[in-house]
Design a protein around this ligand. Structure first.
Ligand code: F3S
Length: 752
């Protein structure tokens, strides 16, 4: 039977019924109050009676309610899904074309270019979606997380999405988790989804937001408190009276950027602000059903009264005392209140002049966000101040765009000097054709986005990207200075000076939203033909990876030893490479191009141990593969942080990696490596990282005895003839070891 794509009242009733049944079983077993995250996760257990539930250790097998995919990751997810030979997606699933649209001249011109340059990809995604009963959102219809929030998210649901900011739907009380394409294809073929039973961080929100402080500042402050590793394998659950002082879309901003903490997801209890958002977006019935199930949509009373008893960590933020924050450059955990920035700018010598201000993205383009930014712009124009450098606006969806056009905020943006971009990711994902700054030129930008790794936005490593709320970005952009504080400084224009008032704006449009009637394509089912051009350089049908031969990995070459931060952007960069997301062989040429070579300090290159020549890592890997030599990657702390892209695991696998050995992994990347059949191992003693040298040969032995909880031995032969043995550990469970042995998770599914 065809799975319905919409979130219907019947479907939600059914989810709540099953949740209640499963929770009854779990309560019986645990005999204690439950947090909200536990209610949602345990309410979706595949086997509530027998599932092991040790926090931070057990792997939960869950039954998600939905799958969401963006166009860059959907290509590989659908190609993998097709390999499994199924007829339709087993759960409601949607594809959203938002990542491949380059920002340059503005929405109209950019869409024309995108439709032409991405035609074969869009045709593939549209036809494959249609064929396999998947909802398809056309290019320009909106950014995945905004469209999901507007149409599909619902309180108490469980969703996976092939994008790391999927947790955005936590603003509507959903556990929504960013995964790799292979997880998505597993769930679409009807398998349960596996995730480590997360530890729980409780964040007590006290007081009430006011003045210049916004929801964005809650999460920016938390990024500073917890750092980019603080949320790994954890769910962040917000509670306390402060939660209801934040709008539904504000909550979504907070849960969206839980990804910057590395958190599995973040979640808020259901409240009237969520109900209001559901009603405003045409889902009155869902609000009524949720109103009747508050018991499963919030934590038990004792959890809120005694959080220290039930959460692994508890933090407190007083919203009434919260100041606007800015984070950056280069990492979202470099946070400070705006009042501390002026001094730091002077001390650290950051470029003061702002070269571009950018607002919108999936993180911050709600009606409220846009309204608050427009409020600031209007005041500035009273004294004749307009933007003197580029001001780019990325609306989150056609629905938002239509509504702010009707209600006047868009006219304000245009008047103050905006270039309105397509309803798509654009500069947020590096799809920014920038000609105001030369490559390598030092400059400062401010954005309301969520991520600011070096070169993330414009491919220029010398760009300092600071992240703030849209209203702060607007104020700083208008002042043209990074060290401007609208709460204390005056803005000066040709018509005088003004002390900007703190922004005020409605969270929802009084006249309702104007729905997008054009952006969605309904599936046709089995009659649809999937379009893949065999000569395409952007799409390539997949062949299964080879099965593990049962032998140890002996005398492996060390292809790369990455030093410091090595995110999925470093392992599989975006930008122009996004074009090849659906073509495994071509995209593999980008492998590790951003990695910092620990032996030489060179970026993206290493020495071919067979020839002595230095080349890009992918070329060296291809040479090793041709010569029949296996190789490994050595990584530092939190290797693979950042995004869900499985290419960062598939490309090493495709080019012959046997293992990735690190001090520690980011969760999604570690799982992706396991799924693709690459051994993911960590040093028992992190200092052993230092022992691995450039010309070493390493052997991973006794692999036939690989078992959950059992360490792996690695023998290292150094070039001087000496050798040593170190211990590596892993987090494979029995099922995941089957993936390794089968050559990949998908091989196992095909075998089934
Ligand atoms: Fe797109 Fe940036 Fe969000 S890439 S999905 S707008 S984080």
């Amino acid at each position: 039977m065809a799975s319905k794509i919409e979130t219907t009242p019947d479907m939600v009733q059914n989810v709540y019924k099953k949740t209640a049944e499963r929770l009854a079983v779990v309560r019986n077993r645990l005999n204690r109050p439950l947090t909200l995250a536990e209610k949602i996760l345990f309410g979706h257990l595949d086997d509530p009676q027998n599932q092991e539930l040790v926090r931070g250790e057990s792997f939960l097998l869950l039954r998600p309610d939905r799958v969401a995919m963006q166009d860059a990751t959907a290509q590989m997810a659908l190609l993998q899904f097709m390999l499994a030979g199924k007829d339709e997606a087993a759960v409601p699933s949607t594809v959203h074309c938002d990542h491949l649209i380059q920002a340059y001249k503005g929405a109209g011109a950019d869409m024309t270019v995108a439709n032409a340059t991405n035609k074969e990809v869009y045709d593939f995604l549209a036809t494959a979606s249609s064929r396999y009963n998947i909802g398809f959102w056309k290019p320009g219809a909106g950014i995945i997380h905004q469209v999901i929030l507007e149409n599909y998210a619902f309180p108490g649901g469980l969703m996976i999405g092939t994008d790391s900011h999927t947790p955005n739907a936590g603003g509507l009380g959903m556990c929504a988790v960013g995964v790799g394409g292979s997880d998505a294809s597993d769930v679409m073929v009807g398998l349960p989804w596996e995730v480590k039973n997360p530890k729980l961080i409780g964040v007590h929100l006290k007081g009430k937001l006011g003045g210049w402080a916004s929801a964005k500042d809650v999460i920016l402050k938390l990024c500073g408190m917890l750092t980019v590793k603080g949320g790994t394998d954890k769910v962040v659950e917000y509670f306390g009276e402060g939660t209801s002082s934040i709008s539904c879309t504000g909550k979504a901003t907070i849960t969206n950027m839980g990804a910057e903490l590395g958190a599995t997801c973040s979640v808020f209890p259901y409240d009237e602000r969520m109900g209001a958002y559901l009603k405003s977006t045409g889902r009155d019935q869902l609000a009524a059903i949720a109103d009747g199930h508050k018991d499963i949509l919030s934590a038990d009373a004792d959890v809120v009264a005694n959080p220290g008893k039930y959460f692994d960590e508890v933090y407190e933020i007083d919203l009434s005392a919260l100041e606007p924050h800015l984070v950056g450059p280069h990492t979202p955990d470099l946070a400070r209140p705006i009042s501390a920035l002026k001094k730091e700018v002077a001390e650290k010598g950051y470029t003061v002049k702002i070269s571009s201000a950018l607002i919108g993205s999936c993180t911050n383009s709600s009606y409220e966000d846009i309204g608050r930014a427009a409020f600031v712009a209007k005041q500035a124009m009273e004294v004749g101040v307009k933007m003197t450098s580029p001001f780019l606006v990325s609306p989150g969806s056609t629905q938002i765009q239509n509504t702010i056009e009707r209600d006047g905020q868009m006219a304000t943006f245009n008047e103050v000097g905006a270039t309105v971009l397509a309803n798509a990711c654009g500069p947020c994902i590096g799809q920014w054709k920038r000609d105001d700054i030369k490559a390598g030129e030092k400059n400062t930008i401010v954005t309301s986005f969520n991520r600011n790794f070096r070169a993330r936005n414009d491919a220029n490593p010398e760009t300092l990207a600071f992240i703030a709320s849209p209203e702060i970005v607007m104020a700083l952009g208008l002042a043209g200075r990074l060290d401007f504080n609208p709460a204390t400084d005056e803005l000066e224009g040709p018509k005088g000076k003004i002390k900007l008032q703190a922004p005020v704006a409605p969270e929802l449009p009084a006249k309702g939203f104007i729905a997008d009637t054009e952006g969605y394509q309904k599936p046709a089912g089995a009659t649809a033909q999937v379009a893949v051009n065999p000569s395409s350089d952007r799409l390539q049908l997949l062949s299964p990876f080879t099965k593990w031969d049962g032998k140890d990995f002996v005398d492996q070459l060390v292809l790369a030893k990455a030093k410091g931060k090595c995110t999925t952007d470093h392992i599989s960069p975006g930008g122009k490479w996004l074009n090849y997301r659906g073509h495994l062989d071509n995209i593999s040429n980008n492998m590790l191009l951003g990695a910092d070579n620990a032996f030489t300090g060179e970026i993206g290159k290493g020495k071919n141990q067979l020839t002595g020549e230095t080349a890009e890592f992918a070329q060296v890997a291809r040479a090793y593969q041709k010569a029949g030599k296996g190789w490994v990657i050595i990584g530092d702390e939190n290797y693979g942080e950042g995004s869900s892209r499985e290419h960062a695991a598939m490309c090493p696998r495709h080019l012959g990696a046997s293992a990735v050995i690190t001090k520690s992994f980011a969760r999604i990347h570690e799982t992706n490596l396991k799924k693709q059949g690459v051994l993911a191992l960590t040093f028992v003693n992190p200092k052993d990282y230092d022992k691995v040298q450039e010309a070493d040969r390493v052997s991973l032995v006794d692999l036939k005895d690989l078992a959950p909880g059992k360490n792996v031995k690695m023998n290292i032969k150094h070039a001087d003839g000496s050798s040593e043995t170190i211990e590596l550990k892993h987090t494979y469970n029995a099922e995941q070891l089957k993936w390794f042995r089968a050559g990949s998770a998908l091989n196992l599914i095909r075998g089934l």
